[in-house]
Design a protein around this ligand. Sequence first.
Ligand code: BV8
Length: 249
Amino acid sequence: MTDDELNDALDRAARWLRAAKSVCVLTGAGISAESGVPTFRASDGLWEGHRIEDVASPDGWDRNPALVWQFYNARRANVATVKPNPGHFALVALEDRFGDNFKLVTQNVDGLHLQAGSRRVLEIHGSLRQTRCTVCEAVANRGLEPLGDAPECPQCHGRLRPHIVWFGEGLPDDIWMEAMVSASECDALLVVGTSAVVHPAASLIPIARRKGATVIEVNITRTEASAYADIGLYGPSGEVLPKLLQRLE
Ligand code: BV8
């Protein structure tokens, strides 16, 4: 996208956002790329030669729970070394502008939105910081401390698993319902750094569009979401989102 095309698209996006009463944002791995968190696409969906669906799934867990913990401990260790980037902070400023008429729905489990200061956040796929006991179901926030590849529940000594939604698992009903309500009631939906391939998260885009929301895509390339986008802002979100907020201010 040329600078002129981007500037024109930024002007149009800012106009829509100024007219909007409520805003919903859907983010994916791309918003954390500039912080140093690998995306799923970038690794061709592979981790150490394993298809991510194989380590991030109930079957993978049943087959080899230690391997699954190695996968998540590697990501926890990576996230412990990174910081939110200007893209995350721009969304904090957007939230300040819309207050309770704002919701940030993220597919990311890295916790960088909360770390940046976002408050109205729905982590629909869970968080790397949380564990769940496979026996007593206790959910605990363990931060990013190293956990080893067979951590036990401090209460019942049951085996702990990451409190994360794996492929083949349903999203928590309450969080998913809140996400669908936000997408169906917003005037503008920002779709940032997602390939929009994974469901049901990707279905929030046509839901918002069908309800008349303006869809604004921010990505370094076109995606499955582009067909629903009224405006495409193609560039790194860490550069494009601050420019969008500047235009709003
Ligand atoms: C379920 C947690 C049933 C784990 C994740 C309908 C159609 C097709 C398939 C399905 C369907 N319904 C269900 C399925 C199956 C499956 C699915 O969607 N498969 C896909 C692969 C086709 N869905 C499920 O299994 C879901 N569960 O259906 O259960 C059920 C229902 C009820 C009751 C019981 C059971 C669960 C899905 C959630 C799985 N968990 N994460 C973990 O993280 O380890 S999904 C995980 O992958 C992420 O959270 C995220 O959602 C997804 C990755 O997508 P992105 O975040 O978009 O990342 P990606 O790398 O793909 O793209 C990055 C983008 O950023 C790119 O576009 C790139 O261009 C851009 N980018 C890069 N750099 C930048 C940038 N953009 C801007 N700036 C930059 N600098």
